[in-house]
Design a protein around this ligand. Structure first.
Ligand SMILES: [Zn+2]
Length: 75
């Protein structure tokens, strides 16, 4: 009786986890100063909850900051 050789296991998903560090930014609205935590690679437009100004627009990779300034990068 011969054992069939086991198929090689795929471990390619491990590298994706390592790249996920520090994906968030704390930003401040330029119009009213409200601070909001956003995902650096946001895929939809984010508006200020206080004044309604557009803060972030999706840009294919890292989101584009249009109405806010970065306060700090979160780990
Ligand atoms: Zn605002």
């Amino acid at each position: 009786m011969l054992h069939a050789s086991a198929p090689s296991a795929s471990n390619s998903s491990i590298s994706e986890v390592i790249e996920m560090k520090s994906g968030f930014l704390k930003v401040s609205c330029r119009d009213c100063g409200n601070e909001v935590v956003i995902f650096k690679r946001a895929t939809s437009t984010i508006a200020c909850r206080v004044c309604g100004a557009t803060l972030v627009q999706p840009a294919g990779g890292n989101a584009k900051l249009v109405g806010c300034t970065v306060v700090e990068a979160l780990q």
